[in-house]
Design a protein around this ligand. Sequence first.
Ligand code: ATP
Ligand code: ZN
Length: 302
Amino acid sequence: MKTMTKPRDRLRIAVQKSGRLSESSQDLLGRCGLKFRQSRDKLFCFGESMPIDLLLVRDDDIPGLIAQGVCELGIVGRNVSAEQVLEGGPGSVAPFAELRELGFGRCRLSIAVPQEEAYEGPQNLAGRRIATSYPNLLRDYLSQNGVEADIVVLNGSVEIAPRLGTADLICDLVSSGATLIANQLREVVSIMDSQAVLIGAPQDYADERTELRELLLRRIDGVIRVRETKLVLLQVSRAQLGAVLAALPKGDPPSVSRLEAPADTLSVQAICHEAINWQHMEDLKRAGATQLVVLPVEKMLA
Ligand code: ATP
Ligand code: ZN
């Protein structure tokens, strides 16, 4: 379906009103310099710092709002966007495209069976009743594995279906796995990895919106880049410098300077573009680094 929209000089972004993605979505846009004034009904946020407004809705409605031309951009889990892309059927052109991975809301769509049940592979799914809110993604997985099963579509509380007897197994979103354990279920196969993504209409607009979208994308790229960026400070003896530099996570060329004292000790300062975990820290220490400090970077303009 294609709807003609009137020229607009403001951009609209649809985000989840309340749920797992709400806070991180608004936080990301805030870091891009967007400030909003919320309407009394809390459904619309007027952009005060830039001509970019927010629509606060249920996540499932976001792809449709973009397809209808009501919003230009939206933030949803890939599970939701991929499910709705498949809704169009084989060969259909999706009315929106995935523009960026946003790195939050990570989870996976997995099949889980009652704890005591054996599972050897997809063949064990044949003829079973599988409860899910993602029938298209599940159907796709089953057909790729040449298995026929009975898909029971539920819009919530999927995890209790086996206990209620409305299904034998489930296919649902999992992050920590705690909900599955609480319902005596066991995750046996993950059929898709998901995270929040920015989706948008694939076309350009003949008005200000194209430029606004590009500006926002550039800022989002900057925010994502900085999120993983760390400033690493450390000291090392001249003899061990090579080993320490080799152990540094990927980043810009480090700067190395000489300390006043002790003699032969160097100070290293490096911008790293990877998340730095304890393993990295221990590797650096083993290579000879001392006084190791890792600091977050707030903004960067190279
Ligand atoms: P809405 O009222 O907007 O329809 P919802 O109940 O469908 O909300 P949430 O439970 O808030 O949605 O989940 C939103 C998204 O968060 C999911 O679509 C998924 O991409 C992501 N997510 C991350 N971890 C999990 C998890 N453990 N369970 C469910 N969703 C998760
Ligand atoms: Zn939803």
